[in-house]
Design a protein around this ligand. Structure first.
Ligand SMILES: [Zn+2]
Length: 315
């Protein structure tokens, strides 16, 4: 079962949505030919193409970063288990809508897996609706499989965006035809970092990569030898080119307020058998993104590793 872990917290800077729209419009415009960022009423995200577990991403939002790559590298600590339910309770949001990116529960899956949390948690006033997916490597031929996932446990690490799952005002972000080197999420993160400096702005939401292909990784069974560098990480991970439409669950923070965070983490799933950890699109002329994000009010750091390093965070 999931253990009880220490929780630290920090307030996040919350700019007005209209201001964020202007800032992201300019920043994305340097990296994409066509960009449109607007403040809109959140569409019903339970519908295609998003198929999320809750209709919106508004209401009392926060980020939670549990564990991290230091529990995977150099050797995996496979008994590190995090319960999304328990995290939601710890941060005072029982019954929250949780989305994000993490590692599947090793004991539940029976191997290593990428996790795409997408769950309306249960509480006294809500029933659980768990539309989480996972993807895993098939060791026989290095192919992969995306499956539904009926647990709320994770291993090693998870980055979550929690909200009440309500409708409300959100940023609608459209970007297509990439002309710069940054991926969609990193471009937004660096734009906010440049604008807001050491005032951390945390964002959570979802995007669909509507056209093109993306470079995606899936963790295979743990390495038999210790991993000590980013090169080792890249030799161990399995990389694939996966095709649109990919539905991503995405969290990022513009600046780490001293909590040893993973500042960006987006996992995607699909209904055609593709899914995993999003790196970037590999079809810049063709690519097209549609996203909905909101700023989070707080960030919680759960079970921060004492012995830490920067390997394996691709940020
Ligand atoms: Zn990941």
């Amino acid at each position: 079962m999931a253990d009880k872990y220490p929780v630290e917290q920090a307030d996040l800077h919350i700019p007005e949505l209209q201001e964020l729209a202007r800032v992201l419009q300019d920043g994305l415009g340097e990296n994409f030919e066509s960009v449109s960022v607007n403040v809109v009423d959140c569409p019903d995200l339970t519908q295609e193409p998003f198929t999320l577990a809750a209709s919106g991403i508004c209401g009392k939002s926060c980020l939670a970063d549990a564990g991290g790559p230091p529990y995977l590298i150099p050797t995996p600590q496979i008994n590190k288990t995090y319960s999304i339910d328990k995290i939601a309770n710890e941060v005072g949001m029982p019954g929250a809508f949780a989305l994000g990116a993490g590692a599947g529960h090793y004991q539940y899956v029976g191997t290593v897996a990428e996790l795409m949390p997408n769950v309306q948690l249960g509480s006294e006033c809500t029933h659980e609706k768990n539309l989480t997916h996972m993807s895993k490597v098939i060791p026989e031929d290095d192919s992969y499989k995306v499956e539904k996932y009926q647990s709320t446990n994770c291993s090693l690490m998870v980055n979550l965006f929690l909200s009440e799952g309500k409708p409300g005002k959100v940023l609608e972000i459209k970007a297509s035809k990439r002309k710069g080197p940054e991926n969609f999420v990193t471009c937004m993160r660096k734009t906010l970092q440049t604008k807001y400096g050491d005032k951390p702005v945390g964002m959570g939401g979802t995007f669909v990569m509507e056209k093109g292909k993306a470079k995606i990784h899936i963790m295979p069974e743990f390495s038999k030898t210790p991993i000590t560098s980013n090169e080792d990480v890249n030799n161990w991970l399995k990389f694939y080119e996966m095709k649109a439409p990919l539905i991503a669950l995405s969290v990022f923070v513009s600046n780490d307020p001293g909590l040893d965070l993973r500042v960006e983490h987006s996992h995607c799933f699909s209904h055609h058998g593709d899914g995993g950890h999003y790196h970037y699109d590999v079809t810049p002329d063709e690519v097209s993104y549609l996203g909905y994000y909101v700023p989070a009010e707080k960030i919680y750091r759960v079970d921060r590793p004492q012995a830490t390093h920067k390997i394996g965070r691709d940020d």
